[in-house]
Design a protein around this ligand. Structure first.
Ligand code: ATP
Ligand code: MG
Length: 350
């Protein structure tokens, strides 16, 4: 059988397949039309430290590398290449994307030379947009489209973005919170703050250090947040133990934390998220605000899973707030659907 050539229809099918990548601060997801979500891994890469200044070798990536965060032996270095939704360490991001694309490929017949659609936060600068584009090109993309995370998340959450009505989506990721108001397939308002789940974890770390003199690791703090975190205080008490290092003598110490402690700890970043949502309502055109008052607000991103967040926002803002189905995968599914429907052309920056 003749091999597919660049002019053969099979070529487009196999080698020009559209691939959508959500390169998030916490998690990277890859989606294809045929295969759905073909990769879902923590955005972490682990290098073997080289004595010479030669190129570093990737020792692990994704979930395997994440386990080494904060506990890597001396010859290894675990890195999170993304901060606040944008690339903070270009070379690490490049290695990570390349590995992820290779991991996703065997299951899905797309070549590295596929057209890539990437989600970016609204607040990303031109330099940051160029960096992510270059990282994708270096991973093999022959063409790169960028899509705003808000639009992608709104499409993924099933909001009627193409209709003549205003929809508000709030995507709370690891490093950013994006507030978007969408209408007629366009973005009427988008705002992004550099506060997300990471800031909640850090707030728990500093609360426990100040109150109990115990330094928790970031992953332990995240575990506490996911287990007993709550955005409101008027809930029955729940407790869990967390072990860290005493700041006095450096020895391990276990403290018992309550969900009320955690609510107090995260109040600061939570207020910033609430402030960003209020600002979105203030800045959006009045007619669209009327629509949002009618349609309510939808939460996406992993941060939307914080217990009682929708209740707290409803209380603060006075509008109906709900969490999207599968909030962690909304952005990548939505970006893939937007790319397939042509919605993207209007928003493509490149
Ligand atoms: N059950 C939960 N309760 C609270 N937070 C959660 C829960 N599950 C996940 N998270 C938080 O969600 C965040 C990750 O969400 P997500 O994968 O949407 O981020 P991201 O897309 O990688 O980041 P960004 O969009 O900011 O670049 C992490 O901070 C994680 O701790
Ligand atoms: Mg995200």
């Amino acid at each position: 059988m003749a091999r597919p050539t660049p002019h053969h229809p099979l070529f487009d099918r196999l080698f020009r397949q559209a691939v959508t990548v959500d390169l998030g601060t916490a998690n990277t997801l890859i989606y294809t039309d045929d295969g759905g979500i073909v990769l879902n891994q923590p955005s972490v890469v682990c290098f073997e430290k080289d004595q010479s200044s030669g190129p570093k070798r990737v020792a692990a990536v994704g979930a395997e590398a994440r386990q080494l965060l904060g506990r890597a032996p001396r010859n290894l270095e675990a890195v999170r290449p993304m901060r606040h939704g944008v690339i903070a360490n270009f070379s690490a991001a490049e290695h990570m994307i390349r590995q992820f694309v290779d991991m996703a490929r065997p299951r899905q017949l797309f070549s590295r030379r596929a057209a890539f659609t990437l989600c970016v936060p609204a607040g990303a600068t031109q330099v940051e947009r160029r960096a992510i584009t270059e990282a994708a090109v270096s991973a093999g993309a022959w063409k790169v489209n960028l899509i705003g995370e808000s639009l992608a998340s709104a499409v993924g959450a099933g909001l009627p973005v193409a209709e003549a009505t205003g929809s508000m989506v709030v995507d709370i990721g690891g490093g950013t919170t994006e507030v978007g108001v969408l209408t007629l397939g366009g973005t009427a308002y988008s705002g992004s703050i550099r506060v997300g789940g990471d800031a909640f974890d850090m707030a728990i770390v500093s609360y426990v250090r100040n109150l109990y003199g115990v330094l928790l690791g970031e992953q332990t703090a995240e575990h506490v947040k996911k287990n007993i975190g709550t955005a409101v205080r008027d809930v029955p008490a729940e407790h869990m133990n967390a072990t860290g290092r005493s700041v006095d003598d450096g020895l391990p110490r276990t403290v018992q934390l309550s969900n009320h402690d955690v609510a107090d700890a995260i109040e600061g970043p939570l207020r910033q998220v609430i402030g960003a949502v209020k600002r979105g309502l203030e800045m959006a055109p009045p007619e669209l605000v009327t629509d949002i008052a009618h349609n309510g607000i939808v939460l996406t991103g992993g941060g939307a899973l914080l217990a009682n967040l929708e209740r707290r926002l409803t209380h603060e803002i006075g509008l109906e707030v709900r969490v999207a189905d599968e909030p962690l995968t909304c952005a990548v599914r939505g970006a893939g659907a937007a790319a397939a429907s042509g919605l993207l052309d209007e928003f493509a920056c490149q």
